[in-house]
Write a protein that binds this ligand. Structure first.
Ligand code: ZN
Length: 365
């Protein structure tokens, strides 16, 4: 018996739908049938040969890190999971050596010796089945079956917003708090991460502006309007935003030139959180470094990076998904702009459809 799996051989480009041995249910583990896998830019980079590594001793890597599955079988002695339970697996596995990895905070690993399922050193989820330790499986309420494949990207957003909020909170309180005007947030990029950031910031009470380079007719623009966020096209540059300044800026594009421009949109005592991953081989960018850094100092600003997410952010994401559904019933599901069968994985990963927010591969329907 074999199972289907999308296999890559990094750093070689390309991917195939292979037949691989089924993952063995070993003591202490849970066997999961994959239902859906989200596709993102990291998958595209791995298939292009720019990123990724196979597990030690394996000639291939099973791709895929955004996942939703259903428990099929539980090894004896494993509590808390029963066949039929919906689950989302976290992505990063800690090195076990530093204090963060030992405390289930491998997103802050200090050795860099972690692995990431479907990305580096550990097989992913674009397959019929996988096996996992229960500590890395987050049980999902059945009411969220249609949207829970978005939990992994939402966990990244949860962490980014949490970290940004901690930086904002360094301002401290003043008499008369809270202020009457809502804080202003800017989200750069309207892919899934940007849109999920807009959802989260709206339920946190922010006035949200989201920018991209497209016009008003996209599904993302319509969705932003539905959740009470403002969409602005910056195809003609960030100057389009005028004198607007923001308390919290969440970046989700990985565009170096845009990132520096965003620093200029920070208000006093504010923070820019970078989540996009720029191409490190880009040619040098010319910036007014002196003026930029002077303003950061004189206006108490911060620029921070945020990557990955530990289990606590997945759990926060589940609570917030329930809030999104209460506040805007059915809206979250429209972030998934396309569902395609696993057999169409290659076009799903490599075709960049303008205006699409999230493509999901259906493994079992
Ligand atoms: Zn570590």
């Amino acid at each position: 018996m074999t199972v289907r799996a999308v296999c890559v051989r990094p750093p070689a480009p390309g991917a195939i739908l292979g037949e691989v041995p089924p993952p063995p249910l070993t003591p202490g583990t849970v066997l999961v049938n994959v239902l859906e896998c989200g596709v993102c830019g990291t998958d595209r980079d791995i298939v292009a040969g720019r990123y990724g590594s196979a597990p030690p001793g394996s000639p291939y890597l099973i791709l895929g890190h955004e996942n939703l599955g259903v428990v099929r079988e539980v090894a004896s002695g494993v509590g808390g999971f029963a066949p039929g339970t919906l689950v989302v697996a976290t992505v990063r596995r800690g090195c076990g050596k530093d204090r963060f990895c030992r405390a289930n905070k491998s997103d802050q690993c200090e050795t860099g010796e972690f692995t990431e399922r479907g990305i580096g050193g550990a097989h992913g989820f674009m397959a019929d089945q996988y096996v996992e330790l229960p500590e890395y499986l987050v049980p999902v309420p059945t009411a969220l079956r249609g949207v829970a494949v978005l939990l992994e990207p939402l966990s990244v957003v949860e962490k980014a917003v949490f970290m940004g909020q901690r930086v904002i909170d360094r301002r401290g309180n003043t008499p008369g708090d809270p202020p009457t005007a809502p804080p202003a947030a800017l989200v750069a990029g309207t892919g899934a991460v940007g849109i999920l950031a807009a959802f989260l910031l709206r339920v946190r009470g922010y006035e949200v502006t989201a920018i991209d380079r497209r016009g008003a007719g996209t599904p993302a623009a319509a969705l932003l309007a539905r959740i009470g966020a403002t969409h602005r096209s910056v195809a003609d540059g960030l100057g389009t935003l005028g004198a607007h300044r923001f308390d919290l800026v969440i970046e989700a594009t990985g565009s170096t030139s845009l990132d520096f421009g965003l620093v200029d949109l920070l208000g006093r005592n504010s923070v820019l959180v970078l989540t996009g991953i720029p191409d490190a081989s880009e040619p040098p960018t010319s910036v007014e470094a002196g003026r930029l850094l002077r303003d950061v100092v004189l206006e108490n600003q911060a620029v921070i990076g945020s990557v990955n997410a530990n289990r606590s952010y997945f759990e926060a994401g589940l609570r917030d998904m329930t809030m999104f559904e209460e506040k805007w019933p059915g809206a979250l599901a429209t972030v998934i702009t396309s569902r395609r069968p696993l057999a169409e994985f290659l076009t799903a990963i490599t075709d960049r459809i303008s205006g699409s927010m999230k493509t999901v591969l259906t493994v079992v329907s």
